[in-house]
Design a protein around this ligand. Structure first.
Ligand SMILES: NC(=O)c1ccc[n+]([C@@H]2O[C@H](COP(=O)([O-])OP(=O)(O)OC[C@H]3O[C@@H](n4cnc5c(N)ncnc54)[C@H](O)[C@@H]3O)[C@@H](O)[C@H]2O)c1
Ligand SMILES: O=C(O)C(=O)C[C@@H](O)[C@H](O)[C@H](O)COP(=O)(O)O
Ligand SMILES: [Zn+2]
Length: 362
């Protein structure tokens, strides 16, 4: 197993690097060396690791423990963070660090974006999902009871440190959640990622495997490449596919998360949403049946769900109206003709949508 660190550059107003490899966390002290105070936001489950990390930083460290999972992405935890920063006298030369999964990096990034209208943010993702997706690209935010990520900001990190060693303690179901986004990246842009999963699905569930390390780096390149071309989803409108490409499977996925009161893992909801997108691509006359079946095989091979509650359609359809891709009354879905060949379906026929959902429940 190689211990070299690799760098994935991300173009932005202030370009930054994702550093990936075993031991990458050791770079954190140098990245916050200019700050007198550092807020280290972490999930409560990682309190011991966060304390150890704080001990390596040469600054006053404010440890802020977030509640588990999506409970971190709430107005209540956000307000707690703001109050803590105010109490500690945080200034514009201080830094916020997000050390955790995607829920933590999303809320920590939003704290950094909003405190004094923006302070330095360093992201240290500790889940597979956060490494390949959430920590890269500058989307930050929280959920509301009405829907997923409805409040947030684009705020790029100064650096991202993806230390593959920290995945050793990640529960396998959370590893699966990350695989959903990795498979999504493969479907939208990288055949090789799909081959890695197909060749050895068990290796994808082993954080120590070289195959997973290769897939992680490939996935980061996909994410970095897409966001570098459309930082703020500004070119995503009408039928043009910009950064919205990364939303493949998310239109239905986010609606499922809301229906489950944010207790389902994001990656699991995306997995179901990706199958729905494939079915819709086929039903609108674009992709073929083999394409749909490949989606189902890829996802089930690593233990991800591909079906959902038959009775949920009306509720999910109502929630999808608040999807960020929606314009006016027109839903917009990112779909694929084939691997790596996206298009936008605008306001698809409602009867087709309903019939497609029916197929998802079998
Ligand atoms: N901003 C973006 O571009 C973007 C992209 C994709 C997903 N997301 C968001 O990311 C979130 C999902 O992220 P996630 O799947 O990482 O979930 P998560 O952050 O809820 O983490 C999953 C669980 O693993 C625990 N954990 C984290 N690291 C661990 C480790 N190393 N060892 C043991 N336990 C660990 C967490 O405390 C949590 O209980 C969703 O809110 C989703 O909307 C954001
Ligand atoms: O980075 C993006 O852009 C994405 O769409 C990546 C998604 O995997 C991620 O879940 C993102 O948070 C969704 O963003 P949203 O704008 O649909 O809330
Ligand atoms: Zn996602």
């Amino acid at each position: 197993m190689s211990s070299t660190l690799e760098t994935v550059p991300v173009a932005a107003e202030r370009p930054y690097d994702v550093t990936v490899g075993r031991g990458a966390t050791a770079l954190l002290p140098g990245l916050v060396a200019s700050s007198d105070r550092v807020a280290l936001i972490h999930p409560v489950e990682l309190s011991d690791q966060a304390e150890a990390l704080a001990g390596q930083v040469d600054a006053e460290v404010l440890l802020l423990a977030a509640p588990p999972g999506e409970a971190a992405k709430t107005t209540s935890f956000l307000a707690d963070c703001w109050d803590a920063l105010a109490g500690a006298g945080f200034t514009r030369s201080d830094s916020v660090v997000g050390f955790g999964g995607g829920a933590t990096t999303d809320v920590a990034g939003f704290v950094a974006a909003t405190w004094l209208r923006g302070v330095r943010y360093v992201s240290v993702p500790t889940t597979l999902l956060a490494m390949v997706d959430a920590a890269v690209g500058g989307k930050t935010g929280i959920n509301l009871p009405a829907g997923k990520n409805l409040v947030g900001a684009f705020w790029e990190p100064a650096a991202v440190l993806a230390d593959l060693d920290v995945l050793a303690t990640l529960p396998v179901d959370d590893l699966r959640g990350g695989l959903a986004e990795m498979i999504k990246h493969g479907l939208i842009a990288d055949e090789r990622t799909l081959e890695l999963v197909e060749n050895d699905p068990a290796a994808m569930l082993d954080p120590a495997s070289d195959a997973l390390a290769e897939a992680v780096t490939r996935s980061m390149h996909v994410k970095a490449g897409v966001v570098s071309g459309d930082l703020r989803e500004a070119t995503s409108h009408g039928t043009h596919v910009g950064r919205e490409l990364l939303n493949y499977g998310h239109t239905l996925g986010h609606a499922i998360e809301r229906r489950e009161h944010f207790r389902w893992r994001h990656g699991y909801a995306v997995s179901v949403g990706v199958v729905f997108a494939a079915l819709l691509s086929r039903n609108l006359g674009h992709a073929d049946e083999a394409f749909v079946q490949r989606h189902q095989r890829l996802l089930t091979s690593v233990g991800l769900p591909t079906t959902y509650d038959p009775a949920a359609y009306d509720d999910l359809r109502a929630t999808m109206s608040l999807d960020k891709k929606t314009r006016g009354d027109a839903l917009r879905f990112v779909l694929l003709d084939e691997v790596g060949s996206p298009f936008i379906a605008q306001a698809p026929d409602e009867a087709v949508l309903r019939a497609t959902y029916k197929e998802l429940t079998r």
